[in-house]
Write a protein that binds this ligand. Structure first.
Ligand code: UVW
Length: 323
């Protein structure tokens, strides 16, 4: 008799996160920005004081990069179409303006989460409930609740701390499926000589998307990004530290498939859906990381405001760090 191979059932998020903390109701029944409530005038003013050198870093990846745009499997890169240019006026039908004005126009057809982006807190869910307990049916035809719009309206400003996990692990990029914990973030911060404080915006560098440019289509074989991995202790740490926003240079901010239980995107749920931590993805941290390694300043003023798109589950952003 041949023994059946042992299969381990993948738990439902409802079961895996049954005892995980939530912040539902903490900022009222109508809240749509969650842990961003931790960033008030006190945090803004303290962060402004970190601008000591006049250095400015923009964290958005180029949309329509001639080398390609890394996107979540199933999404497609943005397509930019030229609508008007000088050739338009080769035609007798071209619009004529008094004084002889000519101009260029273009448009893009893009996934709102197909570039550097903020997720609205309602972007992912399980068990029929979104952030703050909103019914998942409120997503039908557009996000009536916890879209990116309220995040875009308020903006995000605070102390940003860069945690260069690739450099900390002594590698050019983290590997497919490589994980790290909040303890690793603390060790990385210590090695960098910076403190992670309550209410910090965490900015984590893996440089994993370099492999998208190096490997071409093979990048998507067995797609499994590196990143933070779920544990009850990690969720408790985020909760205790009142982390408002997690920014990474990967497509989805965490290890894609949790090696401990086989569940996909556990932290999108444990941190974003349950605690209201805002997620920012596909950031380009290369210039900031190179500069921080040189000057030793891993903290700065973080400023971001995603595009205001009505009912959207996410939208593009070009975050800025000033040192
Ligand atoms: C998913 O969660 C599917 O995508 P994102 O990377 O936009 O969060």
């Amino acid at each position: 008799m041949t023994a059946e191979p042992e299969t381990t059932a993948v738990p439902a998020l409802d079961d895996l996160l049954a005892d995980s903390p939530t912040n539902w109701g903490k900022w009222g029944d109508d809240d749509e920005v969650g842990a961003l409530n931790y960033l008030g005038p006190e945090q803004v003013l303290a962060a402004v004081g970190l601008v000591r050198q006049g250095k400015v870093f923009t964290l958005q990846r180029l949309i329509g990069d001639p080398k390609g745009d890394p996107v979540w499997p199933g999404r497609s890169p943005a397509e930019r179409t030229q609508i008007l240019d000088e050739s338009t006026w080769d035609s007798d039908d071209a619009p004529q303006y008094p004084g002889g004005l000519h101009y260029a126009d273009d448009k893009i057809n893009a996934f709102l989460q197909g570039s550097t982006q903020y997720d609205g807190l309602g972007h992912v869910w399980y068990g029929g409930k979104l952030w703050n307990g909103y019914d998942a049916r409120t997503t039908v035809g557009g996000m009536d609740k916890a879209s990116v719009e309220p995040i875009a309206q308020r903006g995000v400003v605070g102390r940003g701390v860069l945690l260069d996990m690739a450099r900390f692990r002594g590698k050019p990029t983290l590997d497919k499926g490589e994980t790290f914990t909040h303890e690793d973030l603390l060790a990385c911060a210590e090695q960098q000589g910076v403190e992670i404080r309550k209410r910090d915006v965490l900015i984590i560098r893996t440089n994993f998307l370099q492999l998208f440019f190096d490997q071409g289509d093979a990048f998507y074989d067995g797609f499994n990004e590196p990143g933070l991995v779920y544990s009850p202790e990690l969720v408790r740490w985020f909760q205790d530290m009142e982390i408002p926003n997690l920014v990474t240079d990967t497509i989805a901010n965490e290890v894609t498939t949790d090696p401990n239980n086989g569940v996909a995107l556990v932290l999108h749920n444990a941190l974003m859906r349950n605690l209201g931590v805002t997620l920012t993805e596909i950031a380009d941290l290369e210039a900031l990381a190179a500069d921080s390694a040189e000057d030793g300043q891993y903290e700065g003023l973080y400023v971001a405001a995603p595009l205001k798109v009505h009912k959207a589950s996410g939208s593009p952003v070009n975050p800025v760090v000033l040192k």
